[in-house]
Design a protein around this ligand. Sequence first.
Ligand SMILES: NC(=O)c1ccc[n+]([C@@H]2O[C@H](COP(=O)([O-])OP(=O)(O)OC[C@H]3O[C@@H](n4cnc5c(N)ncnc54)[C@H](O)[C@@H]3O)[C@@H](O)[C@H]2O)c1
Length: 296
Amino acid sequence: MGASCAEYIAIKDFASEVVLVDIKEGFAEGKAMDLMQCATLNGFDTKITGVTNDYSKTAGSDVAVITSGIPRKPGMTREELISINAGIVKTVATSLVQHSPNVIIIVVSNPMDTMTYLVHKATKLPKNRIIGMGGALDSARFIYRLSEALGCPASDVDGMVIGGHSDTGMLPLTRLAVRNGVPVSEFLSQSKLAEVAEATKVGGATLTNLLGTSAWYAPGSAVSALVQAIACDQKKMIPCSVLLEGEYGLNDICVGAPVILGKNGIEKIVEIGLDAAEKAKLAESAAGVKATNDLL
Ligand SMILES: NC(=O)c1ccc[n+]([C@@H]2O[C@H](COP(=O)([O-])OP(=O)(O)OC[C@H]3O[C@@H](n4cnc5c(N)ncnc54)[C@H](O)[C@@H]3O)[C@@H](O)[C@H]2O)c1
């Protein structure tokens, strides 16, 4: 997935350099070489290099993306990955900060909300510089499912998923989703919308069952959108896992909420009006994330 993320960053051609790091000897070098051989075919100028575990080559990075760790296999939850991934993410995050003290970190490894919280604890970086990627992907999956139900292109649809990045914790905001500015409830029944929400929540598991491992195209593309919003100071509103300190009535937890992303990372946490049912679901979702955090 890290390579896929690098590929989308390169194709969008907004970054001068991307360095891939992996622990497996020669793997990142191979991925980087394969990607660089696309440069003339896809017309990008981004320089991609690969290194085995040598963080000195990442020195002075503006943005780092952590995708290291194991993905789930069919039948597994993201939470089951914690025992292996916590150690990996902690080591990777501290090595990155050592060489790039001003870096903005995007955490992707699962269980993502808990790994984002762990990176806060391990690096003590300011909260605007630690961002968990989940909501951007889950929202893209929500829009895909809505467009399928509506029989229209995804570009006609807008919608957002907040809450924890888990099969049960995601909160697709069907009430606020629109097709060309018109609430989707004008076109779809409440039972159809409930079906869409359910398919969105298990979007990752559906792909894991089909592929035998975790998906990478949409996750890689979603990460590249976050990197671009930061690198190009776009001030985009994207749901990300962010350390909440009172917002949405939650404290000392990283969970998905809409944020404004720009050159400083998370520039603002946006508090949108939720109805009573949505507030209750978000509180339940946060309780699930807290339970996983407790395993740390
Ligand atoms: N947040 C999301 O939306 C999202 C989406 C997809 C995948 N993921 C997660 O991202 C992670 C990666 O998924 P994947 O499909 O790319 O897995 P993968 O197994 O294909 O790649 C993981 C890579 O990490 C490397 N690695 C392991 N330990 C390392 C270390 N200490 N230092 C550097 N590299 C190390 C491995 O060698 C491997 O190449 C998983 O935890 C997966 O669950 C998250």
